[in-house]
Design a protein around this ligand. Structure first.
Ligand SMILES: [Zn+2]
Length: 125
């Protein structure tokens, strides 16, 4: 019966993993409405962490050129860039955790993250 027991263990493990994945997905869904903050990295180095609930415009100067990140209405967008492709400007606004704006020529990446306290504070706000 050893095989049976080990097989049963696998099934339980898979069930546990599926449950964990479901809980994680639910957590992401519940916290989705508040993106929290954006992190700005230049060439892999984090240069700014900005809360999405504080409007403003933030110049990002890199060796490659100049970008302007605008935070407005809980979302972030690249309003100006002097990169050749301007894909970052065309990306538009981002607001959900995990979304990002990438400016390849300038090696600038703006990513929405949940705040340090996760979504719980946001949910009770
Ligand atoms: Zn760009």
């Amino acid at each position: 019966m050893f095989w049976f027991r080990s097989h049963r263990g696998d099934v339980l493990l898979i069930a546990a993993l599926l449950t964990a994945a479901g809980v994680l997905a639910l957590g992401l869904f519940l916290t989705r409405r508040d993106g929290g903050s954006v992190s700005v990295t230049v060439a892999g180095e984090t240069v700014m962490e900005l809360p999405l609930d504080a409007d403003g415009s933030f110049p990002i100067d890199t060796d490659g050129g100049h970008n302007v990140l605008v935070i407005e209405d809980g979302s972030a967008r690249m309003s100006e860039a002097d990169c050749p492709d301007r894909l970052c400007v065309k990306t538009g606004a981002i607001r959900w955790a995990g979304e990002s704006i990438v400016c390849l020529p300038h090696q600038v990446v703006v990513t929405v993250e949940n705040g340090a306290d996760g979504g719980f504070d946001a949910a009770s706000r």
